[in-house]
Design a protein around this ligand. Sequence first.
Ligand SMILES: NC(=O)C1=CN([C@@H]2O[C@H](COP(=O)(O)OP(=O)(O)OC[C@H]3O[C@@H](n4cnc5c(N)ncnc54)[C@H](O)[C@@H]3O)[C@@H](O)[C@H]2O)[C@H](O)CC1
Ligand SMILES: [K+]
Length: 216
Amino acid sequence: MMTQSITVEESRELDDKTINKIGIPSLVLMERAGLKIYEDMINNKDLNLDNVLILAGTGNNGGDGLVVARLLETHGYNVSILTVGNPDHASHDHKAQAHICDYYQIKKVFMNEKFDKYTTLVDALFGSGLSRNVGGDFATIIDKANASAAKIHAIDIPSGLNGDTGEVMGTAIKAASTSTIAYPKVGMLKDEAKPYTGKIYVDDIGIYRGNSFENE
Ligand SMILES: NC(=O)C1=CN([C@@H]2O[C@H](COP(=O)(O)OP(=O)(O)OC[C@H]3O[C@@H](n4cnc5c(N)ncnc54)[C@H](O)[C@@H]3O)[C@@H](O)[C@H]2O)[C@H](O)CC1
Ligand SMILES: [K+]
């Protein structure tokens, strides 16, 4: 169990080192992340997966969410996707995952969607890429998610939470649980972050401080 925590900047540096120096392709990391998040969810007895909605941004956090959508779909769960932001501006890996979701014809819904018919929402809006206060459609979706009857499972960092300080950047997802990638981000472990992170799962996807799990 990796109990250490890292800053958002270090998290992005470790991603970059793993991909560009060690050579594990980013899509491989995204598939591993998606599989771990899916497993966290199906093993979390507090989550009712009868009807799941993925709230996806257009970066790689959203890409993780699309992998989860496909894994839920291929295992017979009811799952839909709400993408926030312009898909034309999506990251390379996000586009690759959106193409796969299109193959499976996973249902797409839009900004006017009502959330109360869903039992679980997956927060894949943004993670380590959060760079400013949340506004516009993202704030609308976050507030609607928090107001719904559904439980929320967040990917990497609850969207809107500053991963370094634990502060809310305008508004933030209040998750029942969070699957964080590689290591918890320092801000997530602060007392004031607890209402936003909920129960934290730490997912080992092959990204390490040193060059191996042991040598952290
Ligand atoms: N890099 C990897 O190989 C892996 C990354 N993982 C996951 O990817 C995210 C980080 O992805 P990234 O694309 O860098 O950023 P985000 O998806 O967090 O953000 C997307 C995008 O959102 C924009 N943005 C930032 N702040 C705001 C805001 N306040 N309002 C609106 N839009 C905003 C900005 O343009 C960002 O680029 C990481 O968290 C992991 O979930 C994989 O899990 C592992 C491999
Ligand atoms: K998130």
